[in-house]
Design a protein around this ligand. Structure first.
Ligand SMILES: Cc1cc2nc3c(=O)[nH]c(=O)nc-3n(C[C@H](O)[C@H](O)[C@H](O)COP(=O)(O)O)c2cc1C
Length: 389
């Protein structure tokens, strides 16, 4: 067998503080401090605690050239075995195929290493963020103020008032009126199906390609209504369709050139449960008529931006732009819309069969009919959406 190090690994000296009664009783600060060395690698499911020998060996073995296993074992036999088991050292034999394949997928995708780690580690599974907010009394703005104190001020001023150059406030046009009606919808009318035409129009506005530019047979660029870093339009829309006339409830992928739905296998959980899981228990979004999971194909972006420090950031921005197009498109059609980054990425990946580092999701947005009553609060201080009493 031959051995090399996995392609990306970061090592963290972590300190975890916990309450310690003995320390308090003996005149200390009441805190117990535990220190560990952790190896964080994006091709692995979990972080790995390592000892000093393992830490040293990771530094001694390169990530590119394969070395004879005997040479690596000779350096530190036990550490070598432990790192092979954990998947931090990669072997080229059959027994190590699973870790090797995951590592090779990371190598092939050209991730910028810190971005790969941040993406991997920020994923949630089975989180109920709505319940957590309630438990921690962090739901309303007043509660958050009480628990966390005052935020930084709502505006920043860089010149004295006398030096300001006031700008004209021109009369509102149609577009200003549309912008004013945009508000995150947290009250969908689950009893009323969304008409097929409106659903189709939404997808066409937000996710379809309006034109194509063919550089060669294997290199095509799409033109869409939303800007995209590098013009690559790497972000795919995976749909959870719950209540649309003429579309069977289920999971779909949207084809941006054909403007068509591609049915996908049903998730393991019932659809409504899966939708709620996707938006991390935020029941105010879970019953939207259609939800769109925004999931970039990282390799398409990193084809151009290899190990590039800005590439992941550009993809985050792409999702933000798509969600704004979705909000405005929905508002113009008389529908409500939302976006959330509080999502259970792992559950979504399993539901749609997506590999986290190849096409893991960044956000979920959704749209549908607004309800007639505001059960969950929305931010509509000007009364542009909800009539004021
Ligand atoms: C990136 C992003 C993430 C958001 N995540 C959530 C969320 O997890 N839950 C939620 O209720 N609203 C979420 N929102 C909506 C914001 O709370 C909302 O935009 C804000 O309160 C202002 O209200 P407005 O959109 O009606 O103007 C998110 C918005 C953005 C842009």
């Amino acid at each position: 067998m031959r051995i090399r190090r996995c392609s990306i690994v970061f090592i963290e000296p972590r300190e975890t503080l916990s309450f310690d009664l003995n320390s308090l009783l003996s005149g200390g600060n009441g805190l117990h401090s535990q220190r560990q060395w952790l190896a964080l690698a994006p091709h692995l499911e979990a972080e790995v605690e390592i000892g000093a020998d393992e830490r040293e060996l990771l530094g001694a073995v390169g990530a590119h050239a394969w070395l004879p296993a005997e040479d690596v074992r000779a350096l530190a036999p036990q550490a070598c075995e432990a790192l092979l088991q954990a998947g931090l050292l990669i072997g080229d034999d059959e027994a190590r195929a699973a870790h090797r394949e995951r590592d090779e997928a990371v190598r092939a995708a050209h991730w910028w290493p810190p971005a790969a780690l941040a993406h991997r580690m920020a994923r949630w599974q089975g989180t109920d963020s709505a319940a957590a907010m309630d438990e921690n009394e962090l739901t309303t703005a007043a509660e958050i103020r009480r628990r966390l104190g005052a935020p930084p001020p709502h505006v920043v001023e860089r010149a004295p008032a006398a030096a300001r150059l006031p700008l004209p406030r021109l009369d509102d046009g149609e577009f200003e009126r549309l912008l004013a009606r945009r508000a995150t919808c947290r009250n969908f009318d689950a009893a009323r199906a969304l008409p097929y035409e409106r659903f189709a129009r939404m997808l066409r506005r937000v996710f379809a390609a309006q034109a194509q530019v063919r550089i060669s047979d294997d290199t095509v660029f799409l033109k869409k209504h939303t800007p995209s870093g590098g013009g690559l339009h790497a972000t795919e829309a995976y749909l959870i369709v719950q209540n649309v006339d003429g579309v069977a409830p289920g999971l779909y992928h949207y084809h941006p050139v054909e403007h068509a739905l591609e049915p996908m296998p049903a998730p393991a959980a019932p659809l409504a449960e899966f939708a709620a899981q996707a938006v991390a228990g935020q029941h105010w979004f879970a019953d939207a008529h259609a939800l769109a999971v925004l999931a970039p194909r990282y390799a398409r972006s990193f084809w151009k931006y290899r190990r590039h420090a800005k590439a992941y950031r550009a993809l985050l921005l792409d999702s933000g732009h798509l969600s704004q197009t979705l909000y405005l498109s929905a508002t113009e059609l008389g529908l409500g819309a939302f976006v959330t980054s509080a999502i259970n990425e792992v559950d979504i990946e399993r539901g749609f069969g997506l590999d986290p580092l190849a096409e893991g999701p960044l956000a979920v947005c959704g749209f549908g009919w607004r309800g007639e009553r505001m059960g969950t609060s929305e931010f509509d201080p000007a009364g542009a959406v909800w009539p004021r009493d």
